[in-house]
Design a protein around this ligand. Structure first.
Ligand SMILES: [Mn+2]
Length: 427
């Protein structure tokens, strides 16, 4: 454990009596609604959201990056930071790696992760920037590039990600490409998408049988006129074209403002193609802000669809849950802990929705009572459920407070020098 367990226990000690009272009171209130608080707590306790390795470094914008103290220097430092998040929240058992940023000997990666009690989630490939020594450039695209050699290089990179993933126990590959165009006429939409599909099929052909391929759509940026995989419609076509192991990944920040993301989620569930999520929040574009920091109601509405699917046992429903954020002004560990708890909170609130009442209101066209049914669940302060689940799972009742009193950041700052250039930005 990266943080002294007796310190966490001491922190918890000062909060346990209040928590027990709050949990009992909430239990009584939920009981009146016919809901068992312990059943909700069990589901929350079993829930996990993966942490992105790149999220524990301080991010930046295209204008600047202001480094934080004690930033991780490499993947092994990153794994230690990720384990702090898991130790205190008990909500983030897995880490998602980005290659080549996190490239290291797979045996060492696996050994380090297991020593910290962590596993690995989906692998992420990177063909949106050039790496040192790379023969061909991705300036004009990767999987959809006009040059066959460049496309092949991008395919090979994805296959390498699968190989590393196999060695460390991952079972999914997430592909996001920056391919697109900046000028009308620069690219032929049809031919460009044909090239993308051919390249994606070459990757899919090498995907192990027990793996899933997630393709991630994004409306714009870095390409500003057109993007090859720009929305869920194109993403769905890709998943259909590739086959049954191909699914769509929904990054909450990758849509037009005001897009009805929860409805996109419902559609993908209905047709068996929801692969998973990159949770974050946004105000204007792909802001990569902390999950639930801007629009917690939208996050709840997404989870409302997920719980609906879980409840009716939608066929093939098994989405991967991951955070994908860039932390520019906060301590990344604190942001990721809070965000993981926000995801859990939305899940707990969605579990409180009275689904049979909702269905009745929907069938009788009682719009007001239908929406009130959702609001009743959303307005419930489920914090005692989350905190009790953490406490019983060996985590911290108040993770940020425990983290600060442990002085973890100051301690690692002594051994990790400040680095200004490198690190993940908004991707
Ligand atoms: Mn993403």
């Amino acid at each position: 454990m990266m943080i002294d367990t007796s310190l966490v226990a001491g922190e918890n000690e000062t909060r346990t009596a209040d928590l027990k009272r709050d949990y009992e009171t909430l239990g009584e209130r939920l009981d009146r609604r016919g809901v068992s608080i312990d059943a909700i707590k069990a589901k929350v306790a079993a829930y996990g959201v993966a942490v992105p390795s790149w999220g524990v470094g301080t991010g930046g914008t295209r204008f600047a990056r202001f480094p934080g103290k004690g930033e991780p220097r490499h993947i092994f430092d990153k794994l230690e930071d990720c384990s702090v998040i898991q130790q205190l929240t008990r909500a983030t058992p897995n880490v998602s790696l980005h290659i080549p940023w996190d490239k290291a000997d797979p045996a060492e990666l696996k050994a380090k992760a297991s020593s910290l009690g962590l596993g690995f989630d989906a692998m992420n490939s990177n063909t949106f920037q050039d790496q040192d020594g790379q023969p061909l450039s991705y300036k004009f695209g990767s999987l959809s590039h006009t040059d066959a050699g460049t496309r092949r290089q991008a395919v090979e990179h994805n296959l390498e990600c699968i190989e590393i993933g196999k060695a460390i126990g991952s079972r999914a590959l997430t592909i996001w490409i920056g391919d697109g165009s900046n000028f009308p006429g620069q690219a032929n939409f049809t031919r460009q998408f044909e090239r993308y599909l051919d390249a994606a099929k070459a990757i899919y052909a090498e995907l192990p049988d027990d793996w899933r391929l997630f393709t991630e759509h994004k409306m714009y940026e870095p390409a500003f006129y057109s993007t090859v995989v720009q929305d869920w419609g194109t993403n769905y076509m890709i998943a259909q074209e590739l086959g049954e192991k191909a699914y769509c990944l929904v990054d909450l920040g990758h849509h037009a403002p005001n897009a009805n993301i929860e409805m996109i989620v419902a559609r993908l569930i209905q047709f068996g193609k929801l692969g998973g999520f990159h949770f974050n929040d946004s105000k204007y574009g792909d802001d990569d802000l902390d999950t639930g920091s801007i629009d917690p109601y939208r996050l709840f509405l997404v989870f409302n669809e997920l719980v609906d699917a879980e409840t009716r046992k939608a066929p093939g429903f098994d989405p991967a849950h991951m955070l994908d954020q860039s932390h520019n002004v906060t301590d990344p560990i604190e942001s990721l802990m809070v965000s993981a708890m926000e995801v859990q909170r939305a899940y707990a609130q969605a579990l409180l929705v009275d689904r049979s009442a909702l269905e009745g209101f929907q069938d009788t066209n009682d719009a007001l009572m239908a929406t009130t049914t959702l609001k009743t669940a959303f307005r419930t302060d489920v914090e005692p459920i989350l905190a009790m689940a953490r406490l019983e799972n060996g985590g911290a009742v108040a993770p940020v407070a425990a983290y600060r009193s442990a002085g973890y950041r100051q301690k690692v700052a002594e051994i990790r020098p400040e680095v200004s250039g490198a690190g993940g930005g908004i991707v």
